[in-house]
Design a protein around this ligand. Structure first.
Ligand code: CTP
Length: 126
């Protein structure tokens, strides 16, 4: 089994998120999505999502190609997550290109192209 993990807020869930998660799953055969909590977003990204964590989680949990969901509470949890969940591949959109290269000591790191012309920021309007 090849286990893949990705992280994000996934606010106002949109087709860019869907395509990213679909491609993340295709890198292996088990996909874990770590969803940023409201507290983490506020404290670390100075951002308030339109949809609260419980609603964002409900949407992602229902996707047939998502096997597990977890919460993202800190920037520093990734190494522990990778070890504890026995992750083989860490993936995220290429807006983060290079930022997570330090995880290459623990698993494969893949930056996926983003879908053009859609984002939570555009949908929220702030
Ligand atoms: N993503 C993507 N294509 C998009 C938007 C997002 O592939 N058009 C990916 C991101 O690269 C990331 C994941 O979806 O791996 C979650 O991104 P997130 O930051 O939650 O979504 P954005 O729409 O980029 O949100 P924001 O505008 O608030 O930054």
């Amino acid at each position: 089994m090849i286990k893949v993990i990705t992280y994000g807020t996934f606010d106002t869930f949109h087709y860019g998120h869907f395509f990213l998660l679909e491609r993340a799953k295709s890198l292996g055969n088990h996909l874990t999505v770590a969803i940023s909590t409201d507290e983490f977003n506020l404290k670390e990204k100075n951002k308030t999502a339109k949809l609260k964590f419980s609603d964002r989680s409900r949407i992602i949990k229902e996707l047939s190609f998502v096997d597990e969901i977890h919460s993202e509470n800190s920037w520093s949890q990734k190494i522990d997550d990778i070890k504890n969940l026995k992750i083989d591949v860490f993936t995220i959109g290429e807006d983060w290109k290079g930022k997570f290269d330090y995880l290459k000591s623990y698993c494969e790191v893949v930056y996926l192209p983003r879908t053009k012309d859609v984002s939570s920021t555009l949908i929220r309007g702030y």
